[in-house]
Write a protein that binds this ligand. Structure first.
Ligand code: DHB
Ligand code: FE
Length: 279
């Protein structure tokens, strides 16, 4: 049986990808941020996941105002890094897992979550930056990846509760796949940030740290947080944090916290990172 053994949460700021690609992770600005990922990079070498369900959002790269899937699952064989204006990142193509992704789509859709099924998808920084943070710069990514996209860019976005429940449906789907697979689920995006308007640059450390507490130990209540609260307190792009609830919903009620990291700033955001294992 396939089983979700662990969850990872991490921000996905494009400038983090640029720092890795340009070899400047050791400078004064970036060093403290990257040091916070040293634990996870060693941990994942031991964990050796076969597959990562990578919950992320596309930033008007593959989807735009012409097509706005609330939730999408990518069932293709391979996904290319997207050109977001500076050329594609120099990272490997992402290998998908069509049989498993199709099984998950079947299970989750029959479980009343209307996922959009995507076969061809170029993946942007939302997906590739977390892979770089966790795996560094390998020639090939060491595991398969099933992209699960959540709309947090164009309103209306799904509620936190809906995201949390989607995590539970994903878990059921994984556990009904008849292959012995070590599966992880990653939630990306956040933490507090706002890229636009008079409040551009907003960071709210108090909000972020309470979120980091609650996502580990009080996720049922955290899932009730209304989207306006994210926007008011964590900035317009702070809404990305609802994707962490998909990850958390797919784990056990009780999890073991292996790593917590919080750092300000990275570009315009507060960076948060968690490693959680199912007890
Ligand atoms: C930034 C952060 C994001 O989450 C994103 O998707 C794009 C840009 C930033 O801080 O620059
Ligand atoms: Fe983002």
């Amino acid at each position: 049986m396939a089983k979700i053994k662990a969850g990872v949460a991490t921000s996905h700021v494009p400038a983090i990808g640029a720092a890795i690609d340009n070899g400047i992770t050791d400078n004064e600005y970036w060093k403290p941020l990257f040091e916070g990922y040293d634990y996870a990079k060693e941990w994942i070498k031991e964990q050796k996941p076969d597959v990562v369900l990578l919950v992320y959002n596309d930033h008007a790269t593959a989807f735009d105002s012409n097509l706005v899937p609330t939730f999408a699952i990518a069932t293709g064989e391979e996904f290319k890094p997207a050109d977001e204006g500076w050329g594609p990142r120099p990272v490997p193509n992402v290998k998908g897992y069509p049989e498993f992704a199709s099984h998950i789509a079947q299970s989750v859709i029959q479980d009343d979550f209307d996922l959009t099924v995507v076969n061809t998808l170029d993946v942007d920084h939302g997906l590739t930056v977390p892979l770089s943070l966790m795996f560094g710069q390998p020639e090939n990514w060491p595991c398969k990846v099933i992209p699960i996209a959540v709309n947090v860019v164009l309103y209306p976005t799904p509620s936190g509760q809906r995201c949390y429940n989607l995590g539970k449906a994903l878990r059921k789907a994984v556990e009904s796949f008849d292959e012995d697979l070590n599966v992880q689920i990653w939630g990306t995006g956040g933490m507090s940030h706002q890229l636009q308007g008079p409040r551009a640059g907003l960071i709210n450390k108090e909000f972020d740290n309470a979120f980091l507490d609650d996502i580990v130990d009080d996720a049922e209540n955290l899932a009730l947080k209304p989207h306006l609260e994210y926007i008011n307190l964590a900035g317009s792009e702070g809404i990305e944090l609802i994707m962490w609830l998909v990850m958390r919903g797919a784990l056990n009620d009780e999890v073991e916290l292996k790593k917590r990291h919080y750092h300000v700033p990275a570009s315009n955001t507060a960076v948060g990172h968690l490693v959680l294992e199912n007890k």
